[in-house]
Write a protein that binds this ligand. Structure first.
Ligand SMILES: [Zn+2]
Length: 74
């Protein structure tokens, strides 16, 4: 019962922010907005270095944004 949650806690312990919050910060960065106060740039960069899933998620978000921009523009 407790093993799954304990494992998840162990991974994120040194940062104290879960991937969902990092993805909010990534999407803010892609949009050119300021990052949320609990996820400053340096913390986000450090997480992206060690979390391939968030890195991939960020690349996809950027590509989607470029696609959307392409559709909007001439
Ligand atoms: Zn992550």
């Amino acid at each position: 019962m407790r093993s799954g949650i304990a494992a998840l806690r162990g991974i994120g312990d040194h940062v104290g922010v879960c991937c969902a919050q990092f993805r909010v910060a990534v999407s803010a960065r892609v949009d050119g907005e300021a990052p949320p106060p609990e996820v400053p740039d340096a913390v986000l960069d450090a997480h992206l270095l060690e979390c391939p899933e968030c890195r991939r998620w960020g690349e996809r978000a950027r590509r989607l944004r470029e696609l959307a921009a392409g559709l909007d523009g001439p």
